[in-house]
Design a binder for this molecule. Sequence first.
Ligand SMILES: NC(=O)c1ccc[n+]([C@@H]2O[C@H](COP(=O)([O-])OP(=O)(O)OC[C@H]3O[C@@H](n4cnc5c(N)ncnc54)[C@H](O)[C@@H]3O)[C@@H](O)[C@H]2O)c1
Ligand SMILES: [Zn+2]
Length: 357
Amino acid sequence: MKIQSKLKEYEVIIEKEPSFFDDLCSVPNAFYVIDEKVYGLYRQLFCKIPEGCLYLLEAAEQNKTIETALAICERITAIPAKRNAVLISVGGGIIQDITGFAANIMYRGIRWIFVPTTLLAACDSCIGGKTSLNYKKYKNLLGTFYPPDVLYIYSEMFQTLTEKDYKSGLGEVIKFNIMSGESGLENMERNLSGLLERHQKTVDLFTESSLTYKKSFIEADEFDRGERVKLNFAHTFGHAIETVTNYRIPHGTAVAVGMIMANHISQERGYLPADVAKRSEAVLLQVIDIDVTLLDKPFCEYMRSIRKDKKQESDALTAVLITAYGDTGELSVVHDITEDEIRSAIDYFISIYGEKE
Ligand SMILES: NC(=O)c1ccc[n+]([C@@H]2O[C@H](COP(=O)([O-])OP(=O)(O)OC[C@H]3O[C@@H](n4cnc5c(N)ncnc54)[C@H](O)[C@@H]3O)[C@@H](O)[C@H]2O)c1
Ligand SMILES: [Zn+2]
């Protein structure tokens, strides 16, 4: 799959065998940044990396900082290559965000190859070119647009993800399918059990279809000024859930909860038929495994987080909602969401999740 960007054209290659790692380990002038957990699990794939060219990084939010990006740049200065240096990174969204930023600022931009090893990174974040760093207490405050030159996806690696991390990735896969309309929702209902069991063929199919869907938005609006904002469906609520729970609920899972809340508002407003909301909810609940008491926070904390969200442009509360549903889903940026609607959406989720348990 080729992705057109204003910055460059880049390619996503789906690999069925791990032999591509042999080639990656012998790329001239390369420096490698690998998630240390992934390195521990798949050490044999990386044994040909030349000495002095490897940086192991713990995938932790507190490492997603400018200091880590600079430490990587510093290590790259020690290899003989200069502007022809190549950064090769292997890991999930945290490794992607840090190394994309480092590749962007190093010598004003060096080649960057990325191998996403989480479902979330492979089906969503790896394309679109966003790099992000946390700054002080602000998540993803610093960032740039800098896509990799090539991406290799080898889904066999998702077998070793924890259930929590794997299901977080499924949250974003479900988001693309629900957004896309009736056939996406049906497709999800038919294949969720295969996805939950991590059947490689099913996982590859959904990874590709998620990327194809996202590609249409990022190619139309790479820098997030119009159409692409719709991909933020469920994220206003998802980000609030991440913040109030102090990131104990992972991103994709928070988005899955956020989708139930967003659809509740859509249904109450008459935008979304009740049966579609119910069917979406049944799918989503299968990937949400949380300690629901984590959500038991004063309402003002949710509101504070929603008001701080980067996508909020004015005093009126804004979120992307499904506003009509049929063969395709219609999404709109809605600017008049009330506090009461948000309160009722949170209460609704907590009550239905309680019934599930
Ligand atoms: N740049 C973007 O467009 C974008 C989009 C969404 C999210 N993000 C960012 O991505 C981050 C979340 O990324 P993520 O969900 O991919 O997870 P992650 O990078 O936080 O990794 C989650 C866990 O999985 C482990 N892991 C990674 N690959 C593994 C494998 N194959 N087997 C076993 N364990 C493995 C990691 O060590 C870590 O413990 C957040 O910081 C978020 O802000 C960025
Ligand atoms: Zn997301």
